[in-house]
Design a protein around this ligand. Sequence first.
Ligand code: MD3
Ligand code: FE
Length: 216
Amino acid sequence: MNDLFDSLPDLRPVREQIAEGAVLLRGLARDGEADLIAALRDVVACAPFRHMQTPGGHRMSVAMTNCGAVGWVTDRSGYRYAATDPDSGQPWPAMPAPLRDLALRAAVQAGFPGFDPDACLINRYRPGAKMALHQDKDEQDFGAPIVSVSLGLPATFLFGGMARSDKPLRLALTHGDVVAWGGPARLAYHGVAPLKDGTHPLLGPQRINLTFRKAR
Ligand code: MD3
Ligand code: FE
């Protein structure tokens, strides 16, 4: 049944502006996905996924790790970027070249040349995991964009406005989709609806999201 649809052309545009400052690059991460996934396995072998605690004491449903000079962490004392993994006391693994190269290519294609990320937060969603509406404001320079890469199971991404009360736009993000968020979109509220059950051919029953950031 499915090959009937597989043979139809995908008519969605490759480059789509979803809001002022937000550019979706459909499937950009699909070429080189094997190298990307291999590099991720190496990172996770050194810095395993863990469920961090929010400052309020809740366990996040999304499991996280990082690579790069600094990594995003949260615990009872707050949200911050740290140069070492609190679980191991070691520096985070370096940002692998295939990841960094993809982020820089995406930034250029989206109109943000000169992007120099020092952090890559790696989020793992299993079915049921979600992320509440929030703003990313733990970085020093909001002039730099954030580049996000979605791998594995599809998710419904929620893109709100500048106020938490703005009704969010719902957007499907599927394997290989890359989005650059800069300009006025940089401080927009956003979140992820609970992940639906499923199994991805390359990654199994999970979604992996990478966010490349200039933290310092
Ligand atoms: C819009 N991650 O890690 S990626 C996060 O799918 C985070 O795991 C989500 O939000 C995920 O902080 C969403 C898309 C994204 C990332 C950062 C943004 C959208 C953004 C920053 C500003 C505006
Ligand atoms: Fe975010």
